[in-house]
Design a protein around this ligand. Structure first.
Ligand code: S3P
Length: 434
């Protein structure tokens, strides 16, 4: 990464990761064919797709974001020949634990080193209340060994942490359970599962923070268009906001109200962001997002924005490092159990660039300043975390010298082609494969 530059142009970032996972899962257990466009061809979503092939589902693609799934119905999945490897994908593991808990065959779910460190009791505990039998390691981590149960029973579960993955896991198990399954969240989290179940014709009842469904129904194949991922767009939103002369238009980005924390937080910092031509695509609200450079100021990030921006904090921390004054984040301990400990890893990287960043148990305090370079401190270690790597890439727009970032291969999990797209839009970035 050589310093400086501005971002200009218009483009569409890849499809939404959360929605791509759910599209394959629901299409696989639906009756009839589902045609998906805009599917994310990144390693995480491809891991979910590969799993259903192993379970006997006939899937064409992805080809230019198009996928055709011949659904096998609620009871049509077949026992896989071996353990299912989900790579780096926490969403795959947690959602599939729920979906597979109600099957009639055993399944083992494994993952890479990072995924094998992430907490899984948050799903195995509520699923156990439904009668599921899922073994973890003594630490409550993967591999998950799922043994079939005669019949799951519905549950009325209050989530201890705001987690869309846990909510979705319980709801997917609920499809196979006797009676009603309800989940109450402590704060609103992304609702793609609920929206998509509705699109597949499954009845969902929502009241405030509570969502319920009754098991034993069926899903009908459909056509789905997946919006561009706001979590991928976020890097360019931050990049354009911090680099003088920038003016970008990000096309057809999902702006589900449960995902727009990045827009709200950047605007509160003074960013110039316009949502143009709001419309609905595949049951999800989308807009084109125009972002122009604007000087940013530090803020106290409102706690109610944390679940709405949970994946965007690495990028937001870079914005904070370029802002005038202090930015304080609290109520975000969840960041410590993402693909990496995003509080520690980001604080270390920012410190290497000469930024005053004080990690706290549930957040961080960042004082904006001049970003330095890694020439003196050695390369930034992204710890295999895709979003950390992309966030520090954007920091290059405002750094005083070269920034070198290591352990970035996992950028492919959510944003294939990131470096090329970023380079074409004005970032001085060179990718070196080792
Ligand atoms: C996701 C939910 C969030 C998010 C993750 C994707 C989902 O995780 O961080 O990247 O697709 O449901 P949590 O449920 O752990 O907050």
């Amino acid at each position: 990464m050589t310093p400086g530059g501005a971002l200009t142009g218009r483009w569409r970032v890849p499809g939404d990761k959360s929605i791509s996972h759910r599209a394959i899962m629901l299409a696989a257990i639906a009756e009839g064919e589902t045609r998906i466009s805009g599917f994310l061809e990144g390693a995480d979503a491809l891991a979910t797709l590969a799993v259903f092939r192993q379970l006997g589902v006939n899937i064409d693609g992805p080809d230019g974001g198009l996928v055709r799934v011949r659904g096998v119905g609620m009871r049509g999945l077949q026992a896989p020949a071996e353990a299912l490897d989900l790579g780096n994908s926490g969403t795959s593991m947690r959602l599939l634990a729920g979906l597979f808990a109600g099957q009639t065959f055993p399944v083992t779910l494994t993952g890479d080193v990072s995924l094998s460190r992430r907490p899984m009791r948050r799903v195995t505990e509520p699923l156990a209340l439904m009668g599921a039998q899922i073994a973890t390691t003594a630490d409550g981590t993967a591999p998950l060994v799922i043994t079939p149960t005669a019949q799951l029973k519905g549950v009325d579960y209050a989530l201890p942490v705001a987690s869309a993955q846990v909510k979705s896991s319980v709801l997917l198990a609920g499809l196979y359970a006797n009676g009603e399954t309800c989940v109450t969240e402590p704060a609103r989290t992304r609702d793609h599962t609920e929206r998509m179940l509705t699109t597949f014709g499954y009845s969902i009842r929502r009241q405030g923070l509570r969502v319920c469904l009754t098991g034993g129904g069926r899903l009908s194949g459909c056509r789905l268009t997946i919006p561009a991922d706001i979590s991928s767009a976020a890097f360019f939103m931050v990049g354009a906001s911090i680099a003088p002369g920038s003016d970008v238009l990000l096309e057809e980005v999902g702006i589900n109200p449960t995902r727009v924390g990045i827009v709200n937080i950047l605007r509160a910092m003074g960013a110039d962001i316009e949502l143009i031509d709001r419309r609905t695509v595949g049951g999800e609200p989308v807009a084109d997002i125009r972002v122009c450079y604007a000087p940013l100021k530090g803020i106290q990030i409102p706690v109610d924005q944390v679940p709405l921006a949970i994946d965007e904090f690495p990028a937001i921390f870079i914005a904070a490092a370029c802002a005038e004054g202090e930015t304080i984040l609290t109520g975000a301990a969840e960041l410590r159990v993402k693909e990496s400990d995003r509080i520690a890893v980001m604080a270390n990287g920012l410190a290497q660039l000469g930024i005053d960043a004080e990690p706290r148990p549930d957040g961080i305090r960042i004082i904006g300043g001049q970003l330095g370079s890694t020439a003196a401190t050695g390369a930034i270690d992204a710890h295999g975390d895709h979003r950390v790597a992309m966030a520090f890439a954007m920091a290059g727009l405002r750094a005083s010298g070269i920034i070198e970032i290591h352990d970035c291969a996992n950028v492919e999990t959510s944003f294939p082609g990131f470096a090329t797209l970023a380079a074409n839009s004005g970032l001085n970035i060179v990718e070196q494969r080792v």
